[in-house]
Design a binder for this molecule. Structure first.
Ligand code: FNR
Length: 387
C-alpha cells in the first residue's frame, strides 16, 4: 500500500474519470514529440476529427423496465469468450510512450481477458510479449514487406509464439503525412538535437528509455543497412497486392484479419480470398486524410461481408458508449489505439489498466441505461443518427 500523497501516479490516475482525462495527464507527463506522435494524425487531421464527430452524432434509443441488474458484458471472438467487446490495437514504438511499453499493455490485456495485438514495429519482441502474458490472447499485426525472408520470419515466429490471430494492415502503401512529427523533429530511433533536447530534458525517464529502447522488434528491420527512410520504404511496401494476401492466407494457418479497409468492395474481396474478417479502420486518421469515419461506413461493410465474417472497427473509440454504437451498426468488437496509449503515457501499466476500467464501466452503464441485459442484445434499433 502506498498513500496517494507518496504515489503521484496513483493520485493522478484516481482523478481520471474519462479517456479525455488520461489524455490530459499524458500530455503533461510526456515529451511533446511523443505525445504528438500518438495524438496527431495526417494532413489536416480531417478524418481524425470526423471519427470522433461520427460517434458524437449517434443518438441512443433506450428501452426501459427491463431488469438489467447484472448485465453480461462478455462476447465471443474467434471462439474465445472475452470480458467485453474490446481489443488492443497494434501501435508501433510503444516503449517510446512509456518504458514499460508493450509488455505492460499485454499484461493488462491478459488480466482483463481481452486480446492484445503486437505491431510489426513494436519495441518488444513476440517472444517477450508471450513471456510477459503467457495466458493472454496475443495477436500479431503484420506489415508485409518487400523482403520475403523477413515476411517468412515474422509469420514463423508468430506461429511459434502461439499467436492465433494475425492482422495484416493494408492502409500503409506509404507513410501518412504527419506534419507534427516532422516539425517536432521526431525520428525513430529518436535523435538528439537542440529541439529534441529541450523537449525531452524535462522528462528524465525518457533518457532511460532512449538508452534501452530497441527501435524495432525484428533484427532484419532494426539492422537494415540504410537510412530510416530506407527502412520505412521497405516496411511500407507500395507494391503490396492481392497476391500477397493469397500468399499469407496459405502461409498462416489460423485466424486472419485484414485491417485498414473502409470500402465495402475491398472488404468483400479479402473475405472471398479467405480472410476471416476485416478491421474497418482508417488508422485513426493517420494515413489517408478525408477518408470517411469508420462508424459511417460500417453498415455497408457488414452488408458486403455477410454475417459470418468477423468485423472489428477502430478509429475514434474514446468511450464505452462508442463500443455500443459500433456493435449496433454491425461490428463484433472494437479496437482501441490512442485510448490505451493515453493511459500508458499517463501512468504506465496502471494507466492502461485505468483506461480499461473507464471503458468497461462506461460500457456497462450504457448497456444498463439502454435496457440491455447482455452484449448480444445490442441491435441496430438502439441507435440512430442525429440529423
Ligand atoms: C497506430 N496504428 C497502427 N496500426 C498498425 O496496424 N500498425 C502499427 O504499427 C500502428 N502504429 C500506431 C501507432 C500509434 C501511436 C497510433 C495512435 C496508431 C493504428 C492503430 O492500430 C489503430 O488503427 C488506431 O489507433 C485506431 O484509432 P484510435 O483508437 O487511435 O482513434
Amino acid at each position: 500500500f502506498r498513500a496517494p500523497v507518496l504515489d503521484p501516479v496513483r493520485r493522478r490516475l484516481e482523478g481520471a474519470l474519462t479517456i479525455g482525462d488520461l489524455r490530459k495527464i499524458g500530455r503533461r507527463t510526456t515529451p511533446r514529440a511523443v505525445f504528438d506522435y500518438v495524438d496527431g494524425a495526417a494532413e489536416f487531421e480531417i478524418t481524425a476529427q470526423r471519427n470522433l464527430a461520427a460517434f458524437r452524432d449517434v443518438e441512443f434509443v433506450p428501452e426501459t423496465l427491463n431488469s438489467v441488474a447484472e448485465p453480461d458484458l462478455s462476447t465471443e471472438l474467434f471462439g474465445e469468450r472475452i470480458a467485453f467487446p474490446l481489443v488492443f490495437a497494434p501501435t508501433g514504438y510503444t516503449r517510446m510512450m512509456h518504458h514499460e511499453g508493450e509488455a505492460a499493455v499485454a499484461r493488462v490485456a491478459e488480466r482483463s481477458n481481452l486480446p492484445y495485438s503486437l505491431s510489426t514495429v513494436g519495441t518488444t519482441t513476440i517472444e517477450e510479449v508471450r513471456d510477459a502474458a503467457p495466458n493472454g490472447q496475443n495477436w500479431f499485426q503484420l506489415y508485409l514487406t518487400n523482403n520475403e525472408a523477413l515476411n517468412e520470419e515474422m509469420v514463423g515466429r508468430a506461429l511459434d509464439a502461439g499467436c492465433k490471430t494475425v492482422i495484416l494492415t493494408v492502409d500503409t502503401a506509404v507513410a501518412g503525412g504527419r506534419h507534427k512529427d516532422t516539425r517536432n523533429g521526431l525520428t525513430i530511433p529518436p535523435s538528439l538535437t537542440v529541439k529534441t533536447f529541450l523537449d525531452m530534458s524535462r522528462f528524465p525517464y525518457w533518457w532511460f528509455n532512449k538508452l534501452t529502447t530497441a527501435p524495432i522488434n525484428f533484427a532484419l528491420l532494426r539492422d537494415y543497412p540504410g537510412t530510416s527512410a530506407d527502412v520505412a520504404a521497405m516496411l511500407f511496401d507500395p507494391g503490396l497486392n492481392y497476391e500477397d494476401l493469397e500468399w499469407l492466407r496459405k502461409a498462416w494457418p489460423h485466424n486472419l484479419l485484414v485491417k485498414g479497409i473502409t470500402n465495402p468492395q475491398d472488404a468483400a474481396r479479402v473475405v472471398e480470398l479467405g480472410a476471416d474478417g476485416v478491421v474497418v479502420s482508417n488508422h485513426g486518421g493517420r494515413q489517408l486524410d478525408r477518408t470517411p469515419a469508420t462508424l459511417d461506413v460500417l453498415p455497408a461493410v457488414r452488408e458486403a461481408v455477410g454475417s459470418d465474417a468477423t468485423l472489428l472497427l477502430d478509429s475514434g473509440v474514446r468511450n464505452g458508449q462508442d463500443i455500443v454504437a459500433a456493435i449496433a451498426r454491425g461490428a463484433d468488437a472494437v479496437m482501441i489505439g490512442r485510448a490505451y496509449l493515453y493511459g500508458l503515457m499517463a501512468g504506465g501499466e496502471r494507466g492502461v489498466q485505468r483506461a480499461v476500467e473507464i471503458l468497461q464501466t462506461e460500457y456497462r452503464r450504457a448497456l444498463q441505461l439502454l435496457g440491455l441485459k447482455e452484449t448480444s442484445q445490442i441491435a441496430s434499433r438502439h441507435v440512430r443518427t442525429r440529423g
